[in-house]
Design a protein around this ligand. Structure first.
Ligand SMILES: Nc1ncnc2c1ncn2[C@@H]1O[C@H](COP(=O)(O)OP(=O)(O)OP(=O)(O)O)[C@@H](O)[C@H]1O
Length: 331
């Protein structure tokens, strides 16, 4: 399958009052054309920093390095600012958690929907409006023509997120990054928006990186999954393989956190131990999950694990010395 995005050894450093924080610590990931990759992990593990790095939207003071950051054959890191803006405008788009952060309260929705496609693709205002109405309709926004003259505050949160989804599709992007797009919505609206994103992704053949902390969401929409912990991908696999055979103790812990009425205490597996604490440069040694892991050995404190490939399935990789040892024994 053709890859639309390939990232190797991505690192993001942020200066803080206590030193430089390594928010992303050597991420490798790829996205195939037209697929839904879910990145899942708990708060602070670096999901948003990763997506901002991919979009070229990191704060100026952040330092980014990577061995490769290829988008459809283009090296994103060597593009000029103008070229990067063009890629971001025409071929990649982003859906944020809170729709109001992407909408300007003082412009009509029509202006905001049409601005990008007029600027980047040179469409006439009339044609741009036609496309906006079509996409609003596809995104389930009632009375789409009327909406073009409305302002963001005139819509409910769920409708605003539908407008943002239509906006993300305006320039027919190859890749959409959706950063927790349903977290700010009511549960029933969340389910509708999830279904909508999945439907449109399949209908338009757009690749999507969907960022979430919720494995229940992943189970409903993902083709492939990358599990992040403390700035690294600790396991990646097809959704089917990950749920059928989670290998990393952290993935297993996350799966055990999905509550089953009467059976599980929510969070029982990972509870009582502080969550992920990102490290300053130079502080890190061994496996980041070691202090929460039920199978760690003294070796895990000393050795920094690499991603190892499961022998029977090249697409299933895990960053755990204990698991990779079992791979070697099985060969
Ligand atoms: N502007 C910033 N300056 C300094 N540190 C930051 C900044 N933004 C994020 N961080 C830190 O970088 C680390 C990764 O943050 P990031 O927002 O990527 O996590 P996340 O997995 O997306 O979490 P959440 O699910 O809560 O959004 C965190 O420790 C966070 O505190």
């Amino acid at each position: 399958m053709k890859r639309i995005l390939e990232v190797k050894n991505l690192q993001v450093d942020l200066p803080t009052a206590n030193g430089t924080l390594r928010a992303v610590r050597g991420i490798d990931l790829h996205v195939n054309k037209g697929e839904m990759l879910c990145i899942v992990g708990e708060s602070g593990c670096g999901k948003s920093m990763t997506s901002m790095a991919l979009m070229g939207l990191l704060p100026k003071r952040a330092a980014i390095t990577a061995e490769a950051m290829q988008f459809d054959g283009m090296d994103l890191l060597s593009l000029s600012k103008k070229e990067r803006n063009q890629v971001r405008g025409m071929r990649m788009s982003m859906i944020f958690q809170e729709p109001m952060t992407s909408l300007n309260p003082s412009y009509t929705l029509g202006n905001q929907l049409c601005e990008g496609i007029i600027k980047h693709k040179g469409l006439s205002r009339e044609k741009a409006k036609e496309r906006a109405v079509y996409l609003l309709e596809r995104a389930g926004v009632p009375y789409p023509e009327k909406r073009l003259n409305q302002y963001p505050h005139q819509l409910s949160g769920g409708l605003r997120q539908r407008v943002i989804i239509a906006m993300a599709l305006m320039c027919e992007p190859d890749l959409i990054i959706a950063d927790e797009p349903t977290t700010a919505l009511d549960v029933t609206i969340q389910a509708q928006i999830l279904r909508l994103i999945r439907e449109l992704q399949q209908e338009f053949g757009t690749a999507v990186i969907f960022i979430t902390h919720d494995l229940g969401v992943v189970a409903r929409i993902a083709d492939r999954v990358a599990v992040m912990y403390a700035g690294q991908v600790v396991e990646t696999a097809s959704a089917e393989a990950l749920f059928a055979n989670p290998l990393h103790p952290y993935t297993q812990g996350l799966l055990n956190c999905i509550p089953i009425p009467g059976k599980t205490k929510p969070g029982s597996h990972l509870a009582s131990i502080p969550g992920v604490v990102p490290s300053l440069i130079g502080e890190f040694k061994g496996c980041a999950f070691e202090n929460r892991c039920s199978v760690s050995t003294s070796e895990c404190r000393r050795r920094t694990p690499n991603l190892a490939i499961k022998p029977s399935s090249a697409d299933h990789q895990v960053r755990c010395p204990e698991v990779s040892l079992s791979f070697q024994e099985a060969v």
